[in-house]
Ligand binder design. Structure first.
Ligand code: UD1
Length: 360
């Protein structure tokens, strides 16, 4: 059986890692990279550090407006599907690369499987929300990370195509954490365990308007410990455009980190401040308190269990929220047991493999 994975942006490389490993010896696995993310630190380091085979195709699409970027990827993935004739196309998460690949496959009558299906923020201002909803409704197999995601899929009439596999980000985090224990990774210069926070900010709603971005940076700068700010290219570009300095007060400005270094920095920090989806969950899995600068989250379990607090309109509450006491300890495991990738590959084989009764 031949499976084509299409990825393009940083969080997708992380999700691809355990899937690529679980595919070994079970299916012919081709990888197409759209080129949505292209900087060394946003792309190549993930393939290297997480032992992912080099992509078989790279479309080199790069940055652009949503329509132009998604359209270029749609046209490019169509060519790849036609030339490789996969039995199934596997798409990941909620980026423009996800939607483009799902559309390309659907229009060529090639089955689509969506990993991380069923997440909803119910905020239609987010490009990721459009991508999730449209991808889920075009896909033939929905691989859901959580029970809450299964519930959303059922509400939208998609239960018959859905299966709960767990979260592949748990798989990769557990593996990397174990390797860190063996190798003893070091922290960035000048930081000591428990003596700093880490922060990431890149969502359009937080970065694109100068007033809001300046307010967020001002709040980070006034926290009581150094704040390691891992600046996504979007943040650097927009801060420069708006004339906002990222090097203020407590902020220690840094490039994004490779995945093992990120996990090491997060697990030794006093807290995480972010608007990233993945990092909210990584903080929870590492039992580090998280503060999320968004009005809502897809990962509601982190909030319900007390490990994540949302701050959005009232940015002046950020400091008090970050400085709050540690939450109740918990052994809840809403994101699975670290074997989601194996379950996902088994579901792909059962649904689209040679023995399957469902082959289109
Ligand atoms: C994308 C995803 C988002 C995900 C994020 C993770 C969409 C709609 N959004 O957002 O869901 O959380 O990736 O990082 O797909 N840039 C570079 N170098 C790079 C990549 C991007 O300089 O390697 C700059 C570009 O100038 C671009 C900006 O970053 O203007 C944004 O890149 P883009 O791919 O449009 O979306 P992200 O904001 O990264």
């Amino acid at each position: 059986m031949r499976i084509l994975s299409v990825v393009g942006a940083r969080p997708q490389f992380v999700k691809l890692a355990p899937i690529a490993h679980a595919m070994r010896g079970r299916a012919e696995h081709l990888i197409a990279h759209t080129g949505q993310h292209y900087d060394e630190i946003m792309s190549e380091v993930f393939f290297r550090d997480l032992d992912i085979p080099a992509p078989d195709f790279n479309l080199g699409v790069g940055s652009g407006k949503h329509g132009a970027q998604t359209g270029a990827m749609l046209a490019g993935v169509e060519e790849i599907i036609e030339s490789t004739a996969p039995d199934c196309v596997l798409v990941y998460g909620d980026t423009n690369s996800t939607l483009a690949a799902a559309l390309a496959a659907t229009k060529l009558h090639v089955p689509v499987a969506h990993l991380e299906a069923g997440l909803r923020s119910f905020n239609r201002r987010m490009p990721e929300e459009h991508n999730r909803v449209l991808t889920d409704h075009s896909a033939d197999l929905l691989l859901a990370p959580t029970q809450v995601a299964m519930g959303h899929l059922a509400t939208e009439g998609l239960a018959a195509r859905s299966i709960l596999v767990g979260d592949v980000m748990t798989d990769v985090l557990f593996t990397v954490r174990e390797s860190l224990n063996e190798t003893g990774a070091v922290l960035p210069d000048g930081l000591v365990p428990g003596g700093y926070y880490i922060a990431t900010i890149h969502r359009p709603d937080n970065t694109d308007g100068p007033v809001r971005l300046a307010a967020i940076i001002g709040e980070l700068a006034s926290l009581d410990k150094p704040v390691l700010l891992l600046a996504h290219p979007r943040l650097r570009n927009l801060a420069e455009k708006h004339g906002i300095s990222l090097e203020q007060g407590s902020i220690v400005l840094s490039s994004p980190l490779a995945y093992p270094e990120l996990i090491n920095a997060a697990m030794n920090s006093a807290g995480v401040i972010t608007d990233s989806g993945g990092l909210q969950k990584e903080a929870f899995l590492l039992r580090v308190p998280c503060t999320t600068i968004r009005p809502e989250t897809e990962w509601v379990e982190t909030v319900d269990l007390g490990w994540n607090v949302l701050v959005s309109e009232n940015l002046h509450q950020l400091a008090a929220t970050v400085h709050r006491p540690a939450p109740e300890s918990t052994d809840a495991a809403p994101y699975g047991d670290g074997h989601a990738a194996e379950r996902s590959v088994a579901a792909l084989l059962a649904t689209f493999g040679p023995q399957s009764a469902n082959r289109l």
